[in-house]
Design a protein around this ligand. Structure first.
Ligand code: NAD
Length: 375
């Protein structure tokens, strides 16, 4: 089995393999070919990949005879010529927004697997790219906020007087939110947090932060389907808006991470609420790409509104390319090695496996995933 590792488009800094995973694939009996310059954005040189046991060549050369193609983002289908018929293409393929590309992968005879559709089951935790990348984004959101904020985070008692600790409010306590809470606490901030899932209350407290919850209207009890949130009732939304209005005016930093799978991000902060914050405050909207939790967010840009900077964070994991590549590459290795057949020296993906059913998009020239065929 030949594995091709693609170099990403210019805006992408991450790489789908690192020397460690190359070595592990070689140990499984695979041959690994890395496209020249693929690791550049993540500070991995071609020589590092060669030392780990890979060959380095042009895209056409790495694809020739490849049975497995690893990528971060789905490549242009027109550039995949030369791979074996039925080659597996594995990465974050963004199936809903790139439907034409998925159709083209099918037509090209490539079997595409979308890692972001990995089911949230215990067995798949180590293969979950959404978690590994969100965790880093949650950390970086706090670092970005601290870099923009004109005050310090920790309390400091100095001869020239006392600096009070920054007040940080995290809205949405999934993987990114939990890491944001932990990071802000480490920097010495006073942290509070909210979510619609009641199960997060204890997690917030265990990180030393204060839970701010709507108490008079029922939220989501327990973990819900796969641990995800759903859209809340108008009554809940009204109660949440009132709660936020009272709290937000006293905050220096707000980090929003709220997402609802398959829907636009819920609006959590209105322009009128922003206007109640102190000038110089900073809001980081990690949901910017999904439409934003904050009124006025612009994805990929910083905007100022009522003296408050809104950071429309997009793909913050890219700015930590060495770590995000390492975690992404291990997610890919963990998935592929779990299905590795030693005798055939390649991954074998059973049709009835829960993981395979969830992430397989195309097979035998057709789009086969129910989420796509039903759309
Ligand atoms: P997410 O990115 O889908 O959403 C972020 C957070 O926003 C969630 O906590 C969600 O409840 C919250 N949210 C949604 N609407 C909101 C609103 N109106 N107001 C406030 N908050 C709102 O979530 P995620 O980071 O993917 O994690 C969701 C859950 O899945 C967590 O419990 C996590 O531990 C769990 N999880 C499980 C696995 C696994 O078992 N393999 C893997 C990853 C995550």
């Amino acid at each position: 089995m030949k594995i091709a590792v693609l170099k990403e488009e210019a805006a992408e800094t991450r790489c789908a393999a690192i020397p460690e995973t190359v070595k592990k694939f070689v140990a499984l009996g695979a041959e690994v070919a890395v496209e020249a310059g693929a690791g550049q954005g993540a500070a991995i040189s071609d020589a590092d990949f060669e030392t780990a046991g890979a060959t380095v060549a042009s895209r056409a050369d790495v694809l020739r005879g490849a049975g497995l193609i690893l990528c971060i983002n789905g490549p242009d289908p027109g550039t995949l010529g030369g791979a074996d018929a039925g080659a597996l293409l594995v990465g974050a393929l963004d199936p809903m927004r790139r439907r034409d590309a998925i159709d083209a992968y099918a037509a090209a005879g490539v079997d595409a697997l979308a890692m972001e559709w990995m089911p949230r089951i215990t067995r798949a935790q180590s293969m979950d790219i959404l978690s590994s990348q969100s965790n880093l984004a949650g950390y970086k959101a706090v670092i970005e906020a601290a870099a923009t904020f004109g005050r310090a985070f920790p309390m400091m008692m100095t001869a020239a007087g006392t600096i009070s600790p920054a007040k940080v409010f995290v809205m949405g306590v999934g993987v990114a939110g939990l890491q944001a809470i932990a990071t802000a606490r480490r920097l010495g901030a006073q942290v509070s947090a909210t979510d619609v899932r009641s199960a997060t209350k204890e997690q917030i407290q265990s990180l030393g932060a204060k839970p701010i919850f709507v108490e008079n209207v029922v939220g989501i009890e327990g973990e819900g389907s796969g641990g995800y949130a759903t859209e809340m009732s108008p009554e809940y939304q009204k109660a949440q808006a009132e709660l936020v209005s009272g709290h937000i005016a006293k905050q220096d930093i707000v980090i929003t991470t709220a997402l609802i799978p398959g829907r636009p991000a819920p609006r959590l902060i209105s322009d009128a609420q922003l206007a109640t914050m102190r000038p110089g405050s900073v809001v980081v909207d990690l949901a910017a790409e999904a439409g934003g939790n904050v009124e006025g967010t612009v994805s990929g840009a910083n905007v100022e509104s009522h003296g408050v900077t809104i950071i429309g964070a997009s793909n913050l994991a890219r700015s930590l390319a060495a770590d995000s590549s390492a975690l992404f590459a291990r997610n890919l290795y963990n998935f592929l090695s779990a299905f590795w057949d030693k005798e055939q020296a390649r991954p074998v993906l059973p049709d009835d496996d829960e993981i395979v059913k969830a992430i397989r998009l195309t097979q035998g020239g057709k789009v086969v995933n129910e989420r796509l065929t039903a759309a």
